[in-house]
Design a protein around this ligand. Structure first.
Ligand code: ADP
Ligand code: MG
Length: 433
């Protein structure tokens, strides 16, 4: 075992049961360690198992197989040296800021006087001095997340876990908060010995971490790892940082060997988690890519700059473009395909036609919906059977989301129609036009 390991995971696996009772592997063969003195960032697509991994480390859920240890001791339930910050802040709305922060100490049996003293000190440290008596709803999002962080740090955790802690905040607020935390860490004003952050944001990971780990999807496994030796604070515009951001983009868009050999993306299955992006984003990015200065090929960070959208919105759009055969994404670049170019040059009706045709060819869920509708004498069906089908692969809310994407795309491509009042899908009625 690594002598200085705070957290050590060996061959960790986790499955969840889907609606039909069959197990679905979310994490498989995950080997990971967090050493003393390290900040590690975990990146990966939505649904790749990042939160699940954090919850296993926090002792909130057990692994099914393998070994998870904190300072050499098996993790069975929440360990007192590990604290977690959530994206949703997770504050109690009826408690004051001070009471919310003290909560973590109360659970540890710290006396009321001591609790007050430590909470005061922590509120001061995190920039909330004077706000102890406020209720969460009186604070801005950024301030609320400061409370979430104060509540985690007041227990002087050895290990701090942050699950997309900045992603519900606007860009500037998120940046300020993350710089404040780095500042506390780099100046040793907190006792925390190791930080693991889950992020959606490549720049954030590169600015913060000593090491970045990328999780693959279905099942989640550690796919790549990058060490970052640059001192902090880092300058986001420096060549070193730009080069690293490029490198991480490259790793995030690395295709599997089979995909690269076939020159396509791997075909998806019926329960594939369709990327959460809408047609206007798909077309917007394609138009941007086709036009000058890119003329069909762009470096992803540059395209992101031009689009003015964050990674977490762009990555699903890139994935949709690749799924639909309109662009290829590889090694940090995106390249328009000949079909994508035709699409970009076409006007509305031809666009819809291409979209529909690609959808039927490359998205099994859309093809399935269409086929089932064609088999119905009435040409209509409720969404229920499709939701049930998706729930064999996904959690209920995710199934709903994926079906919404399939419906939106299918309506646009005129593959089927959807009636919002009745919740029924139906074949487009060509005759009536
Ligand atoms: P990420 O944080 O990377 O977006 P998660 O770890 O939240 O991903 O989820 C990974 C997968 O595990 C998802 O497909 C999700 O549906 C599934 N999952 C997570 N928690 C549960 C649960 N309690 N029950 C069933 N499935 C779950
Ligand atoms: Mg998550």
């Amino acid at each position: 075992m690594n002598r200085n390991a705070l957290i050590e995971l060996k061959s960790v696996a986790k499955s969840f049961r889907s609606a039909d009772g069959a197990p679905r592997t979310v994490l498989d063969e995950v080997n990971f360690s967090l050493a003393e003195g390290e900040i590690v960032a975990l990146l990966g697509k939505s649904g790749s198992g990042k939160s699940t991994l954090l919850r296993i480390i926090a002792g909130l859920i057990p692994a099914d197989a393998g070994n998870a240890a904190y300072r050499g001791q098996g993790i069975n339930g929440p360990a007192s040296g590990i604290a977690m910050v959530f994206q949703s802040f997770a504050l109690f709305p009826w408690l004051t800021v001070q009471q919310n922060v003290e909560l973590g100490l109360e659970a540890k049996g710290v006396s009321p006087e001591e609790r007050e003293k430590r909470a005061d000190a922590m509120l001061e440290l995190i920039g909330l001095a004077g706000f102890g008596g406020a209720l969460p709803r009186e604070l801005s999002g950024g301030m609320r997340q400061r409370v979430g962080i104060a509540r985690a740090l007041v227990t002087d955790p050895d290990v701090l876990l942050m699950d997309e802690a900045f992603s519900a905040l606007d860009v500037l607020t998120g940046e300020t908060l993350r710089n404040d935390i780095l500042d506390l860490w780099d100046s040793n004003r907190i006792l925390t010995k190791g930080i693991l952050i889950v992020s959606h944001n490549i720049e954030e990971a590169v600015m913060m971490a000593d090491r970045i780990i990328i999780l693959s999807s279905d099942p989640g496994r550690i796919r790549s790892e990058i060490h970052i030796d640059l001192p902090r604070p880092r300058n986001v515009d420096s060549l070193d940082v730009r080069a690293l951001i490029d490198e991480v983009y490259g790793l995030m868009t690395m295709r599997s060997a089979q995909e690269a050999a076939a020159g396509t993306v791997a075909p998806t299955h019926l329960g594939y988690r369709l990327p959460e992006t809408d047609v206007s984003h798909i077309e917007g990015v394609l138009d941007l890519l086709a036009a000058a200065p890119f003329n069909g090929r762009a470096d992803l960070p540059q395209l992101a700059d031009e689009a003015g959208l964050p990674d977490e919105e762009l990555f699903p759009t890139y994935e949709a473009l690749a799924l639909l055969g309109l662009a290829l994404v590889e090694k940090g670049d995106i390249t328009i395909t000949p079909l994508g170019l035709r699409y970009a040059e076409a006007e509305h009706t031809l666009r819809q036609e291409i979209f529909g045709q690609q959808l039927l060819t490359h998205v099994p869920l859309a093809a399935h919906i269409r086929q089932r509708l064609e088999q119905e004498p009435t040409g209509t069906l409720t969404e229920k059977p499709f939701l049930e089908l998706l729930e064999e692969f996904l959690k209920a809310d995710e199934a709903q989301q994926v079906l919404e994407v399939a419906i939106e795309w299918g309506r646009y491509g005129e593959v089927y129609e959807y009636d919002f009042h009745t919740g029924r899908l139906k074949l487009p009625d060509q005759e009536e036009e």
